[in-house]
Ligand binder design. Structure first.
Ligand code: FAD
Length: 390
């Protein structure tokens, strides 16, 4: 007889590990996480880890507030280190985007978000090195910043193990068994089967592939998102805050040493579909020049930086750039995927929400906007920028 589990989670990134931690916290005894490589080998280990709070809806705001509280107090709530650096986040918008920003923030303030909108003339007081031309407003989120995604994954893994979860690395799921419209377990590459009434697809960039093993199609595109590490010139001075330039299409976040991680916010990932197995490959020179030119327009003094490295990242993108957190049409086969480039900052809340869904208990945030069937009933479309402003 093969092994049995109460739940099998496919994928050892932040989503799967946070879900495992929460499922065990809700009393599930035999939870098994299967990771085909090593923990955080996927999007999690290649993430930039920015935690901004600006979101356009009640549910996403509630999720990011819950998650931020976990990052701020990770040792107590989960164990281990989140590497959270509350350096502050500045978000620049064009004059045309300003009314939408004001509307989004008004809603967010009623939910507890602490942030303020500044006029471009106020920018020098906070960060004189950002070029304010072309901006209509800047949002300042003082408590936001960035965390260390691999460390957060490790913390959730340790916390889950303490709660009795089994985590197996180097174990690939190659088939998902079902009986009629119900999932019954998985088969691994070594030929071992695990019977389970619950299987969670938390395979990130590989989630469409994993879903197909159960006969489920997910509306997810894997889109390329290269990241560049640049070494700031010594004359640049102290490290900058995280800056997300929605008007000019770039972002920067400080990294240890005198490095800055940077990339584009140009909403073109879906035009560059990528084989997820190419994650981490070296980025091309043309991509680098284009992205760094945008970075230098946002913060001209970064123009003198030296390119240290560039690599291919990728996002698992749904049509509205919001996650799918739902049971699939195959009963017992759940999907926590399609994080669309913002799954790190939401992972603590996603774990809680998935655990509530799977155990049939009340969750902290409504799952209604994240249902899989939302795409069948309407032609919902979005962009990365719409995940900020709606
Ligand atoms: C370059 C980049 C920058 C980002 N920046 C940010 C940011 O600033 N802020 C933010 O909030 N988010 C950001 N994100 C997004 C965020 O990091 C991801 O959404 C999140 O880490 C995804 O975690 P996950 O657990 O869902 O997926 P993953 O981390 O991809 O984990 C899925 C795992 O499943 C495993 N797997 C796949 N197939 C199988 C199988 N058949 N059997 C067993 N295991 C399998 C994979 O090996 C992988 O480890 C960024 C992502 C990238 C790539």
């Amino acid at each position: 007889m093969g092994r049995t589990a109460e739940a099998v989670i496919i994928g050892g990134g932040v989503t799967g590990l946070s879900t495992a931690f929460q499922l065990a916290g809700r009393g599930l005894r035999r939870v098994v996480v299967l990771e085909r490589k090593f923990l955080a080998a996927g999007g999690t280990g290649h993430s930039v880890g920015i935690v901004r709070q600006l979101y356009p809806t009640r549910e996403t705001t509630e999720m990011v507030l819950r998650s931020l509280a976990v990052f701020q107090d990770f040792r107590e709530r989960v164990g281990g280190e989140a590497g959270y650096v509350p350096c502050g986040v500045l978000i620049g918008v064009s004059p045309a985007m300003r009314p939408t920003l004001e509307k989004a923030l008004a809603l967010q303030k009623t939910l507890g978000v602490q942030a303020e909108i500044l006029d471009p003339e106020d920018l020098p007081r906070l960060e004189p090195r950002i070029d304010p031309s072309g901006l209509g407003a800047i949002l300042h989120e003082p408590a936001s910043g960035y965390g260390d995604p691999a460390s957060v994954a490790a913390g959730y893994a340790e916390g889950a193990r303490r709660r009795g979860v089994t985590i197996e690395q180097g174990v690939e799921v190659v088939a998902i068994h079902r009986s009629g419209d119900r999932v019954t377990g998985v088969l691994t590459a070594s030929g071992e089967g695990i019977d389970a009434p619950v299987v969670v697809n938390a395979a990130g960039l590989w989630s469409p592939r994993v879903a197909r093993l159960a006969g489920v199609e997910l509306p997810i595109v894997i889109g390329r998102h290269p990241v560049f590490a640049i070494e700031r010139d010594p004359a640049f001075g102290p490290a900058h805050a995280v800056y997300l330039d929605l008007a000019g299409g770039s972002y920067v976040r400080p990294e240890t040493g005198s490095l800055t991680l940077t990339g584009s916010l140009t909403d073109d990932e879906t035009e560059h579909p990528m084989d997820p197995d190419l994650l981490g490959a070296e980025a091309g020179f043309d991509e680098a020049s284009e992205a760094l030119a945008r970075t230098a327009r946002a913060i001209p003094r970064l123009a003198d930086s030296r390119l240290s490295r560039g690599y291919a990242g990728a996002f698992d993108i749904t049509p509205d750039w919001m996650p799918i957190l739902d049971e699939s049409p195959v009963r017992g086969f759940y999907v926590a995927a399609g994080m669309s480039g913002h799954g790190f900052k939401l992972a603590p809340a996603v774990g809680e929400m998935m655990a509530a869904l799977i155990t049939g208990s009340p969750g902290p945030v409504s799952l209604a906007p994240f249902r899989l069937d939302r795409f069948a009933s309407s032609s919902r479309a979005g962009t990365f920028v719409s995940s900020y402003l709606g």
